[in-house]
Design a protein around this ligand. Structure first.
Ligand code: SF4
Ligand code: MG
Length: 326
């Protein structure tokens, strides 16, 4: 499959200030050496607890945040350090759908204006063409034409997310990064929005990076799934492999709390000990070692590398790495 996006050792650190002089006393390693590819037309689910760095990862890929280090390669162009002007060309092709559509829609603009705005900025269509496109996009997301004259507050959460999706589609993007697009919605509305996203993916050949906080949402929706923990990718693989044969103890613990009606043997529930450590003061060695039931001495000293264990199935855990003896 064709690679659309390649992330190579991407880092996003935020300075932590302290003391009377508010000097930098440390860093939050929100994204820490994350490496993966996204294939054209697929949905890659990225799962993690809050504080795992998954939203920061999405924003950094879109250059809403500047990366600290590493590469973001989109369609063979390294966009990790290019300036705003050069980035404009790529902005059209990479769009974001946010968790809270209300916060991301300007309340003083009508829905028609909100959807039309990116086209005005790009100056490539006439007024008449823009209006036609707005009506067409609204229809594509299941909203009527009279939605144009109304304002975001007049709509429910699910309808607002449809409007947010229409706006994201305005510039015919190839990649959409969806940051928990349904987690703020009622359960009954969630599947409608996910179905809409799936239909639109087929119709427009979209590629999705789908960020979620648990494995159940991405289960039906993703082709591959990555699991993040404290800024690092713990495991990544094809969905069926990851759900049936999880390798990382963290993925196993997460999956043990997801009901699996279609499996004959029941998974034992694995308890995660303790809370997520502070991202500004992460554990040494393996970031998961303070909560891992399989922790051994080496885990506290050495960071496990993210290694391909079997085709397309990557894991960062010392249970699967051999110590080198010389
Ligand atoms: Fe657990 Fe060690 Fe693997 Fe980390 S490296 S997940 S602590 S076994
Ligand atoms: Mg988030």
């Amino acid at each position: 499959p064709e690679v659309l996006l390649e992330i190579n050792k991407l880092k996003k650190y935020f300075p932590v200030k302290g003391g009377v002089l508010q000097r930098t006393i440390g860093h939050v390693k929100a994204v820490d050496e994350v490496t993966f590819s996204v294939y054209k037309g697929e949905t890659l689910g990225i799962v993690g607890e809050s504080g795992s760095g998954k939203s920061t990862l999405g924003r950094t890929i879109l250059r809403l945040l500047d990366p600290t280090d590493g590469q973001i390669v989109f369609k063979d162009s390294d966009i990790s350090t290019i300036g705003n002007r050069k980035m404009r060309r790529f902005r059209k092709e990479m769009q974001m759908i946010f968790q809270d559509p209300f916060a991301s829609l300007n309340p003083r603009m009508s829905v028609g204006e909100i959807i039309e705005e990116p086209m005005i900025i790009q100056r490539n269509l006439s007024k008449k063409e823009r209006k036609e496109k707005v009506v067409d996009l609204l229809e594509k997301v299941g909203m009527s034409e009279d939605t144009r004259q109304k304002y975001p507050h007049e709509f429910s959460g699910g309808q607002r997310q449809r409007i947010g999706i229409a706006r994201a589609l305005t510039m015919n993007p190839e990649l959409i990064i969806a940051d928990e697009p349904v987690s703020a919605l009622d359960v009954s509305v969630q599947s409608q929005v996910l179905n809409l996203m799936a239909d639109l993916q087929d119709e427009f050949q979209l590629t999705y990076l789908f960020i979620a906080h648990d494995l159940s949402v991405v289960k039906h929706f993703s082709d591959r799934v990555g699991v993040m923990y404290l800024g690092k990718m713990a495991e990544l693989g094809p969905k069926s492999v990851l759900y049936q044969n999880p390798l990382h103890p963290y993925t196993r613990a997460l999956l043990s709390s997801v009901p699996v009606p279609d499996m004959d043997r029941k998974r034992d529930k694995i308890t995660l000990y303790g809370e997520l450590p502070s991202p500004s003061n992460p554990p040494t060695g393996c970031p998961f070692h303070t909560r891992c039931s399989e922790v051994h001495k080496r885990c506290k000293e050495e960071v496990p590398q993210f290694i391909e264990q079997e085709k397309g199935h990557y894991v960062a855990c010392h249970l699967y790495t051999r110590e080198d003896h010389f």
